[in-house]
Design a protein around this ligand. Structure first.
Ligand SMILES: [Zn+2]
Length: 157
């Protein structure tokens, strides 16, 4: 038989005093609990919206700058940060290192688009038809190799 405990608590939603039977109870009723839950959800939603706006403002702000960090460049181009670093390493996007900071100029990004090569649609490569077939014996004779070596090569594939 479980013992019932009475704990005097104050509802976190309506502020009324009530008797709880568990220490973790925070509200006097299901109604208050639901109100609090909805409020929590609403606050979280507002916070997300605020963060989104903040990011948009930041993006708008640096979009008019002349120099970007790789992170800003990634946001601006809508690609991943690691993709930007790969482009920097491959020289696709020019950059300079200034006192430990990597900077990309807006002009060089614009130039990249001006000098963009013509878009070529990637064709599906057709497999070349295999025209020659050899038996094991023929391969051994043709390439002058040992049976064990051929076996080793064949099983490696
Ligand atoms: Zn309440």
């Amino acid at each position: 038989m479980s013992s019932t405990i009475d704990i005097n608590k104050i509802c976190e939603w309506c502020g009324k005093e009530f008797i709880a039977h568990k220490c973790s109870t925070r509200f006097c009723s299901k109604r208050c609990s639901e109100h609090a839950y909805k409020d929590m959800r609403r606050k979280a939603h507002v916070e997300t919206e605020n963060r989104r706006t903040e990011q948009k403002v930041k993006k708008k702000h640096f979009a008019s700058e002349q120099f970007f960090t790789p992170r800003q460049c990634a946001v601006l181009l809508g690609i991943g940060k690691s993709s930007v670093y790969r482009c920097l390493a491959e020289g696709i996007i020019p950059c300079i290192r200034l006192k430990g900071k990597t900077l990309i100029s807006r002009a060089s990004i614009d130039k990249m688009f001006e000098n963009a090569p013509e878009y070529v649609r990637r064709e599906k490569k057709e497999a070349e038809p295999i025209e020659e077939f050899y038996t094991t014996k023929e391969v051994l004779e043709k390439f002058d190799i040992s049976n064990s070596w051929l076996f080793k090569i064949a099983t490696e594939r």
